[in-house]
Design a protein around this ligand. Structure first.
Ligand code: NAP
Length: 320
């Protein structure tokens, strides 16, 4: 068991910004991260709405965030968080590498893409079905692909895929896109992109590999077979909160995301949430970073109010 002042779950834009602000405020900061720091931006083709970067590669921006946080010396621990519990003011984080008692906690574990649920999606995963255009797009050079979804991710990634693919069908169940207008306008101007509106993909089919999608038009009821070699699913995301049970006392919205106040504090005192795990209006890199900054500042305020800043010299090593 180790005792820490501020523990941050997640090293995406929210968690890393919280680490920067926490360390600059003189706090002892431990950042827990399962995989590569950077979070979802690592699998985002390009980001052009983060101030200071007219167009940054997602992975490149993630690396810059990590290097920036490292400059201020938080401790990083590669581990998987298994559970958290908050009892009588004590905050316990159980990981696969040991247990941490923390005075304040920031949950910034991000979100992951969800499945569309159509027939064949699981069967052809890795054999033509993908959730990451940046990772797999180049495999479909000069081949037709489909993108399922109508949000920012679907339309932006369709535009990215058009660099490689011979044709990109964007299949959306609605009659207008949810994605921002600037993103839609650019995609629609691309002659390689064809939109298939009011249509739900009923099946992804093929032999060893994907060969076609079957989409039903909700208005006409007609089905259309579209020959494609790849299918990219971008139908939204769900928060990464497998470690957070109802018993924790942290209130969540109907979509599972954590409810916070303006200081990013959850319904449990001293527990904060930042970034895509949080219920909010706009989920962007820039708002994740803003959340992280606010959460760290509020955590610092909480720590000084409760006056339980541990003696850092007494920190113990993590034991399993
Ligand atoms: P999203 O905004 O939730 O959009 C999901 C899309 O998938 C919607 O068009 C939805 O249709 C459709 N959909 C949902 N379930 C479906 C199903 N089972 N079958 C077929 N279609 C389905 O998700 P997102 O695009 O991943 O974006 C998530 C968040 O990240 C958003 O807040 C977005 O603004 C943000 N984001 C920002 C950027 C950027 O700024 N660069 C890039 C990517 C994402 P309906 O519209 O009919 O509901």
């Amino acid at each position: 068991m180790t005792k820490r002042q501020l523990t941050i779950i997640g090293a995406g834009p929210a968690g890393l910004t919280a680490a920067i602000f926490g360390r600059r405020a003189g706090l002892d900061v431990l950042v827990l991260e399962k995989g590569m720091a950077g979070g979802q931006i690592n699998i985002t083709a390009g980001i052009e709405n983060y101030p200071g970067f007219k167009l940054a590669g997602g992975m490149e921006l993630g690396k810059i965030f990590r290097e920036h946080a490292e400059k201020f010396g938080p401790e990083f621990m590669e581990c998987s968080v298994e559970s958290v519990s908050f009892r009588d003011g004590n905050k316990t984080v159980v990981t696969n590498k040991g247990t941490i008692e923390t005075c304040a906690l920031i949950i910034a574990s991000g979100a992951s893409f969800v499945k569309s649920g159509c027939k064949g999606e699981d069967e052809f995963a890795g054999r033509g079905v993908s959730y990451c255009a940046v990772c797999d797009g180049a495999f479909f050079t000069d081949a037709p692909v489909a993108v399922i979804g109508g949000g920012d991710s679907a339309v932006e990634e369709a535009d990215y895929l058009a660099r490689f693919a011979s044709k990109v069908y964007v299949i959306h169940r609605g009659d207008e896109f949810r994605a921002r207008k600037s993103v839609v306008d650019r995609a629609l101007a691309n002659p390689k992109i064809e939109t298939v509106m009011n249509s739900v993909v009923e099946e992804i089919a093929g032999g060893d590999l994907v060969e076609r999608v079957i989409a039903r038009n909700g208005k006409s009821g007609k089905t259309r077979e579209i020959p494609v070699d790849g299918v990219f699913v971008y139908v939204g995301s769900a928060p990464n909160l497998g470690f957070l049970t109802n018993e924790s006392g942290v209130k969540r919205a109907g979509n599972g995301r954590i409810i916070t106040d303006g200081k990013m504090e959850t319904s449990v005192k001293g527990v904060f949430a930042a970034g895509d795990v949080r219920e909010k209006y706009l989920r962007q890199v820039v708002t994740a970073a803003g959340d992280g900054a606010t959460a760290a500042a509020a955590a610092g305020e909480y720590l000084s109010k409760i006056g339980t800043l541990p003696d850092l010299k007494q920190r113990q090593h993590i034991t399993a």
